[in-house]
Design a binder for this molecule. Structure first.
Ligand SMILES: *[C@@H]1O[C@H](CO)[C@@H](O)[C@H](O)[C@H]1NC(C)=O
Ligand SMILES: [Fe+2]
Length: 299
């Protein structure tokens, strides 16, 4: 029988993000999925308190991190992948590769244009992009990148044994599904991606990208996964029996009411660069752009 992966689930409460370290028990090869770089909005400060937690776990367990995986271009948190890569290359013979889905280039182009980011800052920012259904190894574990478009067009899930790390393709049963109104998002695609996920065997674990409890706030005991059977029975938006048209209409009506993610501009400008910060300006600052909204008549 194939080895079962060791899964560490690490919740980042400021953005309600689930981060995962998945390791091969035999070789200690590991990957890190969807790491978070801390950001304080009040002072516009990035810091690495959360990333240090991940690095300690890696060190305590003597893991060799081969890949830093992103499920998609996140708009709600900044990725710590580049920071982790720089730190890990000090202690490992070879640095981990930062990886994402191949359609990231279309998302990068769109946001680079919006935020005025030069090509040299984002082309090849990722070390590797996965093709649909690419297989890869984590030590002796078999892994596969599965294309799950909908929330974003580049979105991947990572299947490792009977686990799928599905990012924002599916949330916990009482949270439901993610918005589909970002550029390239598509509720119809999300519906079909979720049907694909939920056609896996009943006992498969669907590890989610966030746990946003209904009603706001942070959940006291956030949950990292539900099984396929649980999701099919109880997902608030996408349980068995929900029709595509019904979901697409509902999602559309819902998405127009949602506010922009709190850290969207900061997150996208750093994530387009795979977690690198903007280069220093002549005055020695690292600058981000904030699109200004104007209430009332423009003067
Ligand atoms: C969403 O995707 C479906 C199928 O991939 C396509 O037919 C439809 O036109 C898309 N909708 C939008 C609004 O782009
Ligand atoms: Fe997301």
């Amino acid at each position: 029988m194939a080895n079962r992966p060791i899964v560490h689930d690490i919740f980042e409460p400021r953005t309600s993000t689930w981060q995962y370290i998945v390791a091969d028990p035999v070789t200690k090869a590991a990957i890190i999925i969807d790491s978070v770089l801390d950001y304080d909005s009040a002072t516009n400060t990035v810091f690495t308190e959360n990333a240090e937690v991940l690095l300690s776990l890696v060190q305590e367990n003597d893991y060799k991190v081969e890949k830093l995986l992103e499920t998609h271009m996140h708009a709600d948190h900044l990725t710590a992948s580049r920071y982790l890569q720089v730190q890990l290359q000090k202690s490992q013979a070879s640095p981990p590769q930062i990886c994402i889905g191949k359609r990231v280039s279309q998302v990068q182009e769109q946001f680079a244009m919006r935020y005025g980011i030069s090509k040299q800052e984002y082309v090849n920012a990722f070390d590797h992009t996965f093709d649909d259904d690419d297989a890869f190894q984590i030590g002796q574990l078999e892994a596969k990148a599965i294309h799950l478009p909908g929330h974003t067009p580049d979105h991947l899930g990572y299947m490792i044994g009977s686990n799928v790390f599905c990012g924002d393709s599916l949330f916990n049963v009482d949270v439901g599904s993610a918005r589909c109104d970002f550029p390239g998002g598509n509720a119809s695609d999300l519906f079909n991606s979720v049907r694909r996920l939920l056609s896996l065997p009943d006992h498969y674990r669907i590890w989610t990208g966030h746990d946003y409890p209904p009603g706001g706030d942070v959940r006291k005991d956030p949950l990292p996964y539900y099984t396929v059977a649980d999701q099919r029975k109880a997902n608030k938006h996408l349980k068995d029996g929900v029709q595509e048209q019904e979901f697409v209409q509902w999602r559309r009506d819902r998405d127009v009411t949602l506010a922009e993610p709190r850290l969207m501009h900061q997150a996208l400008q750093v994530n387009v660069r795979a977690g690198r910060l903007p280069q220093l300006s002549p005055s020695g600052d690292r600058l981000l752009h904030i699109p200004l909204k104007v209430r009332g008549e423009m003067w």
